[in-house]
Write a protein of this length. Structure first.
Length: 259
């Protein structure tokens, strides 16, 4: 089975860019960050014993996808022909993909995370990334939230405000997938966020983070603040649409009046 078939079987898409959660126009650094983010989700060190084999397989596939897109010549060939060189050096079978990963990414500390988030959030770089993700995924908030760095699903109110402002100013078009998204889909994201919060402490092992108590306090504090923000956001939606939703036909009429 070739790499593209492996990607489709493991991640539901043969598109290497989609597997790494980046846009086709992504810079080499954006591709590197996308690989880092995607690989952390399936890193074998994070998996339960009975799931380690599958996690290892998916981790290896991500490494191969990155190896192709990080090589200028192979990326150009993939963009032009939609195929990859299965016999090329980037995909040679004997490579130790975990060692390859360790060489790419140094161990980081809680302070590293905090410093990067402080410099990235609300920066011009983040603003550009949000707008690019909105355009690339045509307003699909699931894909947008997976693509933008340093956010989880509970950051949605802030990200939505940024996109709405860009729509109002004419910087980006008004996609139906964004302005007409259902409340049910938003709630599903909130549930995923709560699940991710419960798993957050596991990241200290895969990232090599020190200071268990400090890390735990950091995670709990951030999740508490973000969860409240998301709860408030959904409460506003409930107040805005809840009554109409109970009156049958009036729900559609109310929605037609919105953007």
């Amino acid at each position: 089975m070739g790499l593209l078939e492996q990607c489709e079987a493991a991640f539901g898409s043969p598109d290497l860019y989609r597997v790494l959660g980046v846009r086709r126009e992504a810079s080499p650094e954006e591709i590197r960050r996308g690989y880092h983010r995607a690989s952390l989700r399936v890193h074998p060190d994070r998996a339960e014993p009975d799931a380690k084999e599958e996690a290892t397989r998916r981790f290896q596939i991500l490494g191969k996808a990155y190896a192709v897109l990080s090589d200028a010549e192979q990326r150009a060939a993939y963009d032009e022909q939609g195929t990859v060189d299965e016999e090329g050096e980037a995909l040679r079978g004997e490579r130790d993909w975990q060692e390859y990963w360790r060489l790419l990414f140094k161990k980081i500390s809680v302070k590293d995370i905090e410093d990067f988030e402080k410099s990235y959030k609300d920066s011009e770089e983040e603003l550009a990334d949000i707008k690019a993700a909105y355009m690339d995924f045509e307003g699909d908030m699931d894909r947008i939230m997976e693509s933008v760095l340093c956010v989880d699903y509970t950051d949605e109110p802030r990200i939505r405000k940024i996109i709405e402002k860009a729509i109002d100013s004419g910087e980006v078009p008004s996609y139906k997938g964004f302005v007409k998204e259902s409340k049910q889909k938003m709630i599903a994201r909130k549930r995923r966020a709560e699940k991710e919060a419960r798993e957050a402490e596991k990241t200290k092992d895969e990232l090599g983070l020190g200071g268990e108590d400090d890390l735990k306090a950091l995670i709990q504090s951030r999740n508490k603040d973000r969860k409240k923000e998301m709860d408030d956001f959904l409460a506003q939606l409930e107040a805005k649409y809840g009554n109409n939703a109970k009156k049958g036909g009036k729900k559609t009429a109310a929605k037609k009046g919105k953007k």
